[in-house]
Design a protein around this ligand. Structure first.
Ligand code: HEC
Length: 186
């Protein structure tokens, strides 16, 4: 029995050393210029969702989804997030597509997560990606305004849709009747 346990431990130590060796001898790629393979994306996304599910407090948005709050959300998103996540002109962000993993295009492929989830992702960021933790950069109130907007990209009230149309020269998604793109991570 002791020999068996010793064998298991030695095997594990050897595997860890091989993994470290592969990484430290430079065999792991460092470039962000690649698309994550499907199995890697699936495991990483599942782990990310599970982590947020476990940690994020179930809080409601303290701000009502009025035109004013949503238009503020659009402005804050445009200034801070569109560079990576794509603007309201609905063009894809080449910057966002150049990260590993890629930044999801939140206007072209809107989120379907609850507001507590979106808010937690914005406040605390995502480790080992290009997604910063915004809680020391933006006020709590501003983060809730962006959260309100991102959870309603396809169902904005008429006032906010007018603002979108006037400022960005394209029809907001709600006016086109339904989803253009299925939401997916890659
Ligand atoms: C410098 C680029 C960059 C900026 C700026 C940026 N993000 Fe991100 N963001 C990313 C990347 C990269 C990911 C992908 C992380 C992943 O795949 O796990 C991400 C992921 C996310 C997610 C998804 C998390 C999930 O649950 O899958 C949300 C929501 C998000 N960002 C919102 C925002 C908001 C809102 C802003 C502006 C306040 C912002 N981001 C600014 C790069 C950025």
């Amino acid at each position: 029995m002791r020999a068996f346990i010793l064998g298991v431990i030695v095997t594990l130590v050897v595997l860890v050393l091989i993994g470290l060796g592969i990484a430290l001898l430079g065999f792991a790629p460092s470039s962000a210029d690649a698309v994550p393979p499907a199995f890697e994306a699936r495991i990483a996304n599942a782990a990310l969702d599970a982590s947020m599910e476990r940690r994020a407090p179930r809080v409601n948005n303290p701000l009502p989804p009025t035109d004013d709050n949503l238009i503020d959300g659009i402005k804050l998103y445009t200034m801070n997030c569109a560079l990576c996540h794509g603007g309201l002109d609905k063009k894809e962000s080449v910057v966002g597509r150049s990260f590993y993993p890629r930044a999801p295009q939140l206007i072209r492929e809107p989120l379907d997560d609850p507001e507590w989830h979106i808010n937690y992702a914005i406040r605390t960021g995502v480790r080992y990606t290009g997604m910063p933790a915004w809680q020391k950069i933006l006020s709590e109130q501003d983060i809730w305004k962006i959260t309100a907007f991102l959870s309603r990209v396809q169902k904005l009230p008429p006032g906010a849709q007018d603002y979108w149309k006037k400022s960005f020269g394209v029809e907001p998604p709600a006016a086109e009747g339904g989803r253009e793109h299925e939401h997916h991570h890659d």
